[in-house]
Design a protein around this ligand. Structure first.
Ligand code: ARG
Length: 423
């Protein structure tokens, strides 16, 4: 056994597995190079059995039967494929929409929202299959290890974790060599021919690309990175206006047709993608200290979030509208940072739910060459009275004659301070 193949013996956290005690491992399996090499590597270097779990969160174009067969061919005892899309939208995306969740002003958290669910399912399946350890394919440089391990350590203190990519000291070339040596099939995009591929993660709510030229901050995006969203230059010449209807903060209908949330999000994503909507080129403060650039394609989020926010603005008062974004930002930060199970997140959700009780109505969004712009709004709960706001009428409920007195008192302290500083 070469040095790279030995499991690590030094542990720095209580939940890390001692190699002696690893008998049966639940591996979070994607079918890609890292987790396929891992599937073999765990059997060889820990002399342990491996049960695989693959979670469907709506990754476009994935063939789960192929993934399952690959796992079994590589020696997995079992490979469970779980379609978790319903739970993902209900328990993770709906709260994110109510919280207008964007991290760093641009990232709608699709990966950060998916990880706690994937890890929760890993715990359930590990327990059911009698596993003592969970293995995942995250590196030691990212946020995903934090999200997955924090979830497992929280929900299942009895389970241990191994993260082979963090410790096995194989680079890409060595992994490919290992794969060849052990008869692990390599997809053409993973081969050496075209150089390293982008590092991709995706689900219903968006897709991220990292690596290659993206690491060069001065390099403008190459077109080949966009696999979901049409280049805005190539998007249709004709704009398209869609309507999204919300009930209590959650979208329920597209263009008047009631849809389950999974299908609604998929359809909105397709419309956005067609019109070049949802490209985000983002510099991100990772939780492990690094600053990293990501290219995101988030066609559904780039339409649903602004529509939701617009409706929320309409039904809330000025005070609610001033206050909620602070909580929204904190919600996004907690979730980004892997603390999904932190009670503060639940406390914040209670507030989000309460505000969203009134977020019912319809928003029209115009899609055109990379832009999604709100163009119409209606809600039975709008704190809006056209007669009051109108330029056309002078009197009515709004007493314009009261305005000068208001201004006198409203500006009092500011005027006093100005005088003190300028006399
Ligand atoms: N930067 C994003 C995040 O931290 C996306 C990460 C994508 N994950 C991946 N393994 N490629 O949530």
């Amino acid at each position: 056994m070469s040095r790279a193949q030995q499991p690590p013996t030094q542990r720095s956290a209580s939940y890390e597995a001692d190699p002696e005690h690893v008998r049966r491992v639940l591996l979070l399996y994607s079918g890609g190079l890292d987790t396929s090499v891992m599937l073999k590597w765990i059997q060889d270097s820990y002399h342990a059995e491996v049960v695989c779990l693959t979670v469907n969160l709506g990754q476009p174009g994935e063939d789960y039967e192929v993934v399952r067969e690959k796992a079994l061919r590589l020696g997995a005892l079992e490979c469970h494929v779980v379609d978790a899309r319903e739970e993902f939208v209900r328990e993770y995306l709906a709260p994110a929409i109510k919280a207008n969740a964007l991290y760093g002003g641009g990232y709608p958290l699709f990966t950060a929202l998916g990880r706690p669910l994937i890890a929760k399912l890993a715990v359930e399946h590990a327990r059911a299959a009698g596993c003592d350890t969970v293995a995942h394919g995250c590196t030691g440089k990212g946020n995903d290890q934090v999200r997955i391990e924090a979830t497992i350590a929280t929900l299942a203190p009895e389970l241990k974790v191994i993260a082979p990519v963090r410790s096995w000291q194989m680079g890409r070339e060595e992994e490919i060599a290992y794969a060849r040596e052990h008869g692990i099939p390599i997809k053409s995009t993973q081969g050496t021919e075209g150089g390293a591929p982008y590092s991709i993660d995706d689900n219903l709510w968006g897709r991220s690309s990292e690596g290659r030229w993206i690491e060069d901050l001065a390099h403008a995006p190459d077109d080949d990175v966009f696999q979901l969203v049409t280049r805005p230059e190539d998007a249709p010449e004709e704009p398209e206006t869609i309507t999204l209807e919300f009930e209590r903060g959650v979208p329920v209908a597209l263009d008047g047709e009631r849809l389950a949330l999974v299908e609604l999000i998929e359809r909105v994503a397709a419309l956005g993608a067609r019109h070049g909507v949802g490209i985000v080129d983002h510099i991100e403060d990772r939780i492990v200290g690094l600053k990293v650039r990501d290219i995101y394609e988030v066609p559904a989020a780039a339409i649903v979030l602004p529509a939701h926010q617009e409706l929320e603005h309409l039904v809330c008062t000025i005070h609610q509208n001033q206050f909620k974004p602070q909580l929204d930002r904190h919600w996004a930060y907690l979730v980004y940072a892997g603390l999904w199970w932190e009670p503060l997140r639940g406390d914040l959700d209670a507030y989000m739910d309460r505000v969203n009780e009134r977020v019912t109505g319809t928003i029209g969004v115009k899609l055109y060459k990379g832009h999604a712009r709100v163009v119409t709004r209606s809600s039975p709960n709008a704190v809006y009275d056209a007669a009051l706001a109108s330029f056309a009428e002078s009197g009515g409920l709004f007493a314009q004659s009261a305005s000068p007195g208001f201004i006198e008192l409203w500006s009092l302290q500011s005027r006093m301070a100005w005088r003190l500083r300028n006399s």
